[in-house]
Design a protein around this ligand. Structure first.
Ligand SMILES: [Zn+2]
Ligand SMILES: [Zn+2]
Length: 374
């Protein structure tokens, strides 16, 4: 049931690396085969959007930013069977193909086809549904949710219940899947001690994921005081704050032993090394933050055999959205997953550039663009 004409919509556009994004009128084609059009109700702003602007995440320009959101399906292309117009959905950014080596081996977050489209900015048919000033316009990893509407593959949307508010739902697209998923798929066992270095939108979700996984002690580290306070609400039991070295502070808090599982949730190479070094002998360090792709990480090689340490990583929290978003929704409904405390600031789409600036300045946990006129 696709509609013939393309539409003019407003979207947050990054023109080129290093240039400040601006809100522009762009053209959006109707959904093609296997695609759905979503009228956005809320969209989160993530540090990764900024990494695309700076080129730290190399992606094709120009592009519409945004990779988590919630909204209503208002049209579907040929062959779409899982959703219909009127459905409430979350939009997420790894629409796995279900057929590649990684999809068939339980790591759909690493899907080859999803990764290809994220890097070159085109859909399965080699096109992008967006254009701007007559030229192709790309979108952040198949999504492009910082826009009034988005045309995405069916696999990029997951239906949600009517009781989940739009702003809370938007966070399930990236921050919550990534953070909670990283903790739930880590080796945390009930009673463990955990450290989370960096308490932004993802780190705070690692904290609550660790609580859900049964960690008895959760040490959160961030120099920004209000983020520490929020981490206590999400389940942190100890804080390492400004003026403290995370490595020595976490070791002090654990009598020099270190933690069972350590997470880095910023993408800082120095903090990644610290996470490895605060993991106890036999412990695991999980890298969740996104570093600059040109950077190298240096850790002590002897620690691998002599201390049996594991160093590993997590992408989208190892999530398969169609499987895991309903589980996150169930955790929220059971009162185990907190979403509202992450929502401190709302913005209109026209103010999305400011939302990015406030995120960078550490003023917000998760900035959310809402569409209150709907
Ligand atoms: Zn993100
Ligand atoms: Zn695949």
């Amino acid at each position: 049931m696709s509609q013939a004409a393309s539409r003019s919509i407003q979207a947050l556009v990054a023109r080129d690396y290093g240039q400040p994004p601006t809100v522009e009128w762009v053209e959006l084609e109707p959904p093609g085969a296997g695609e759905v059009r979503v009228r956005l109700q809320a969209a989160g702003v993530c540090h990764s959007d900024w990494h695309a602007v700076t080129g730290r995440l190399p992606m094709p320009m120009p592009m519409v930013l945004g990779h988590e959101g919630s909204g209503v399906v208002d049209a579907v292309g040929a062959g779409v069977r899982g959703v219909a117009p009127g459905d409430r959905v979350v939009v997420t950014w790894v629409p796995s193909c279900g057929a590649c080596y990684w999809c068939l081996n339980g790591s759909s977050e690493l899907c080859a086809e999803a990764n290809r489209g994220a890097v070159d900015g085109t859909g399965a048919d080699g096109r992008t549904p967006l254009s701007w000033r007559g030229a192709p316009l790309h979108r952040f990893s198949w999504a492009g949710t910082l826009a009034a509407e988005a045309v995405v593959p069916e696999a990029a949307v997951v239906r949600i219940g009517g009781d989940l508010p739009w702003r809370e739902a938007a966070l399930l697209g990236c921050a919550v899947q990534t953070g909670v998923g990283a903790a739930l798929r880590s080796p945390i066992r009930a009673g463990d001690t955990v450290a989370v270095l960096g308490l932004g939108g993802v780190g705070l979700n690692v904290v609550q994921g660790a609580r859900i996984a049964g960690a008895a002690r959760i040490i959160g580290a961030d120099p920004v005081a209000w983020k520490g306070e929020l981490a206590l609400q999400m389940g942190a039991t100890d804080l390492v704050g400004s003026g403290q070295d995370p490595l020595s502070a976490v070791l002090d808090l654990t009598d020099g032993r270190g933690v069972d599982v350590a997470f880095e949730a910023v993408g800082s190479v120095a903090l990644m090394a610290a996470a490895f070094n605060v993991a106890r002998r036999g412990g695991t360090a999980v890298m969740v933050g996104v570093p600059d792709p040109t950077e190298e990480l240096s850790v002590n090689a002897f620690a691998f055999p002599s201390q049996e340490k594991t160093l590993t990583g997590s992408w989208l929290g190892g999530s398969h959205p169609a499987r895991d978003i309903p589980r996150l929704e169930a955790l929220w409904r059971a009162g185990l997953l907190q979403l509202a405390p992450l929502l401190s600031h709302d913005y209109a789409l026209a103010d999305a550039p400011q939302a990015l600036q406030d995120l960078l300045a550490g003023r917000v946990a998760r900035a959310v663009v809402t569409f209150p006129d709907r």
